[in-house]
Structure formats: C-alpha cells, structure tokens
Design a protein. Structure first.
Length: 87
C-alpha cells in the first residue's frame, strides 16, 4: 500500500531515490508511485482483468528484463550521488 512505501522511505533516511520494480500495475506500481518512489514496470504474462491500463498508472520506466531495471537504478543513484558531492 502507499502508506507502507511512505513508511519505508521515512525509516530508510537516505537522500537517494527509492525504487519499486514490479510486474503488477495495481499492486506494485500504483501505490509506490503515489508514495513518491521511482517505479519500474516489468510486464509479465499474468495480467489480471482488474489490472488498470499502463498509461493510466504511468510507471516511470518500462523494461522487459529485471537487469534493465537494475541498470536504471544504478545509473540514477550514480547521478544522484554526484549531485550530493559523492564520486
């Protein structure tokens, strides 16, 4: 839920972006996005009929494989670290 993601961010106390990688728009991506996390959607073959349209949820990124999501996280955190004065 959105509250869970907000609590995790608060407890983590980091200034780098938090991410959610998920394969379900309704259960993974939408609540994480509402809580302010960067969302990475990996569509799967399982698509429940209650699942909203991808455009309606608007994940930040869409990838086909998990390692592509990891690359996005590494690149984003490297950029954020540089802006914080980290190498």
């Amino acid at each position: 839920s959105e509250r869970l993601f907000q609590r995790v961010q608060k407890l983590a106390r980091v200034r780098l972006p938090a991410f959610m990688i998920g394969d379900q728009l309704q259960r993974d991506i939408a609540p994480a996005k509402a809580a302010g996390l960067v969302t990475i959607y990996i569509p799967s073959r399982f698509r429940p009929q209650w699942e909203p349209d991808e455009a309606a949820v608007g994940p930040d990124y869409r990838v086909e494989q998990f390692d592509q999501g990891a690359d996005i996280i590494l690149a984003t955190n490297q950029q954020a670290g540089s802006s914080l004065g980290r190498p």
